[in-house]
Design a protein around this ligand. Structure first.
Ligand code: SAH
Length: 365
């Protein structure tokens, strides 16, 4: 092979895709399952580790294929909570972040699906950095594989698609990565340990239900009123709350799962008594629970407009708000802020990049 020719990226291929590829280069189908197992179960990033394959095949693969899509640039540990942030570089000099969050017996890895995000939610640092591109399936999967290699695979018990980007706008890639994470050959995670979080792309929520993966679904609600939601989440102009709630009902019904509503508490904007009433009505209309999230500062992004006016609801008021919701029989959790000292908390992921050479500079710095 001419060395200037682009190598085939095997990371991110599903079992069927790998089998088809092996057949297309004159090899036997079962080799696909072997490589699948090496990549995703044994966390191999080097063909030389693949002991059960002939020398000739390994040479052929080494010459024509690649096994790694991301480079781990650095990690940062939160002193207060044990949260760990991973900064990765892509082949084209972009940066993305993942966050590992320890919580009792669980270790949840929060992964990204896009470089930046096109949705421009006013409270979110990733939104403020703008949108660069979708991640490839390999880049989504490698966030997990590289973290698992460092931490030990058994030590990552859950995956949440709550990092940078909107997973349902990188739909096929997100689905492929779920297929890989949960495949029996990868000795992977159960679907109940995977949560996809969306700002509300209603038709894709329905399609997700129809595709039968039955992962947990989280919906970023943030206001039960259309007019308030539009102010802080411009995507609500395209897909209204009503449309999304219909889609969520469809999802809950079809998958027999409970929807998690995420609700970042913003002082004076969505923490009023009328919000309690509206949320209670909405949550009462489908199997669901609500997570109240303290607003994490995005001041490190020096935002303008409405973003600069957003203030957190105090923890005391969040607890009172939760109690009022519980009075109405709503299941409520208050999410603890994890890792805000390293800008790794919800909505704080943003990397000032994306020109080669400046790709290790974090936005908070
Ligand atoms: N695009 C997806 C996933 C990424 S955001 C989504 O919108 O759901 C993951 C969660 O963090 C969302 O619920 C989001 O609304 C919340 N979030 C974003 N910025 C935040 C901030 N500054 N403080 C607290 N939560 C935030």
């Amino acid at each position: 092979m001419n060395t200037t020719e682009k190598k085939i990226q095997l990371k991110g291929l599903t079992l069927t895709e790998l089998q088809d590829y092996l057949i297309s280069i004159g090899e036997q189908k079962f080799r696909g399952a072997q490589i699948f197992n090496w990549m995703y179960n044994h966390l191999s990033f080097d063909f030389r580790e693949m002991k059960n394959m002939s020398k000739e095949l390994l040479q052929k693969l080494t010459d024509t294929c690649e096994l790694q899509t991301l480079n781990l640039i650095t990690t940062q540990d939160s002193q207060s909570t044990g949260t760990k942030k991973y900064l990765f570089a892509t082949h084209d000099g972009m940066n993305i972040e993942s966050v590992l969050i320890p919580e009792n017996e669980r270790n949840t890895l929060c992964i990204s699906t896009q470089v930046g995000c096109p949705l421009d939610c006013k409270f979110c640092a990733t939104g403020l950095m703008g949108y660069k591109r979708n991640l490839t399936p390999g880049e989504v999967v490698d966030q997990y594989l590289l973290a698992a290699k460092e931490k030990g695979k058994a030590n990552i018990t859950n995956i949440v698609y709550m990092g940078m980007g909107e997973p349902l706008l990188n739909f096929e890639t997100t689905l492929k990565s779920v297929e890989i994470f949960t495949h029996e050959l990868t000795k992977g995670l159960s679907r109940t340990r995977i949560t996809i979080s969306t700002a509300g792309i209603a038709p894709k929520i329905k399609e997700l239900a129809d595709r039968g993966l039955r992962v947990k679904l989280a919906f970023s609600l943030h206001s039960a009123f259309e007019d308030v939601r539009i102010k802080i989440m411009p995507i609500n102009k395209k897909y209204s709350l009503k449309e999304n709630i219909d889609a969520l009902k469809y999802y809950a019904n079809k998958t027999k799962t409970r929807i998690t509503f995420e609700y970042t508490m913003l002082k004076g904007l969505n923490d009023r008594m009328e919000d309690v009433k509206a949320i209670s009505k909405l949550c009462g209309s489908l199997p669901s629970k609500i997570n109240l999230i303290p607003f994490n500062s995005i001041k490190h992004m020096s935002p303008g407009g409405i973003s600069s006016q957003l203030e957190p609801t105090s923890l005391k008021d969040i607890h009172q708000f939760a109690d009022r919701l519980r009075d109405n029989n709503i299941t409520v959790m208050i999410r603890e802020t994890q890792g805000d000292d390293i800008a790794a908390a919800c909505g704080q992921l943003a990397v000032k990049t994306n020109s080669p050479g400046h790709n290790t500079e974090l936005a908070q710095e």
